[in-house]
Design a protein around this ligand. Structure first.
Ligand code: NI
Length: 173
């Protein structure tokens, strides 16, 4: 498995809608496995293919506690097919927006249909952190970042901070 470079906002690739996967073939499976490796090495709980520059509807999530065995879920073409009436406010971060956090309001629970790593159609009911994580990753497939839910002013401030951080990082290498 390969650790892939993660794109940082405002990379324009993060704003493009990803394309459906026809079949979870060897190539898609390799992408899924590389994404799991990349997510774990970055201490993330979710990663979407556009974040590694692949414009495919593929996400991986793993919300298992760090001291336990990893339990990654690989999803192709994930779709939210039901949302709870109740919403919940939770703090979110993103590997493409390092060190930036904000509280985002989303449906508390969701049901997701997806194609798994063995090309089987599956459904899961997600609650708590898994629910937030899956919704956040599916947003990436639409080119939506969590900062898009914030006011234009706050979003600009965060993006400017990231640009400054990247300039500094570039100056140090
Ligand atoms: Ni993210």
């Amino acid at each position: 498995m390969t650790i892939l470079p993660i794109l940082i906002a405002p990379d324009p690739k993060l704003k493009i809608k990803a394309k459906k996967v026809d079949k979870v073939d060897e190539e898609t499976l390799k992408l899924m496995d590389d994404m799991v490796e990349t997510m774990h090495s970055a201490n993330g709980i979710g990663l979407a293919a556009p974040q590694v520059g692949a414009l495919k509807r593929v996400i991986v999530v793993d919300v298992s506690p760090r001291d336990e065995k990893a339990r990654p879920i690989r999803m192709a073409n994930p779709e939210i097919i039901w949302v709870s009436e109740e919403d919940e406010l939770r703090e979110e971060g993103c590997l493409s927006l390092p060190e930036q956090y904000a509280e985002i309001l989303r449906p508390k629970n969701v049901r997701v249909r997806y194609v798994d790593h063995e090309n089987e159609i599956r459904e899961i009911d997600a609650e708590g952190i898994l629910s937030v994580c899956v919704q956040h990753e599916i947003d990436h497939l639409e080119g939506t970042l969590f900062v898009d839910y914030l006011s234009a002013l706050r979003r600009k401030m965060i993006i400017r901070k990231l640009q400054k951080m990247q300039k500094l990082a570039g100056a140090n290498t």
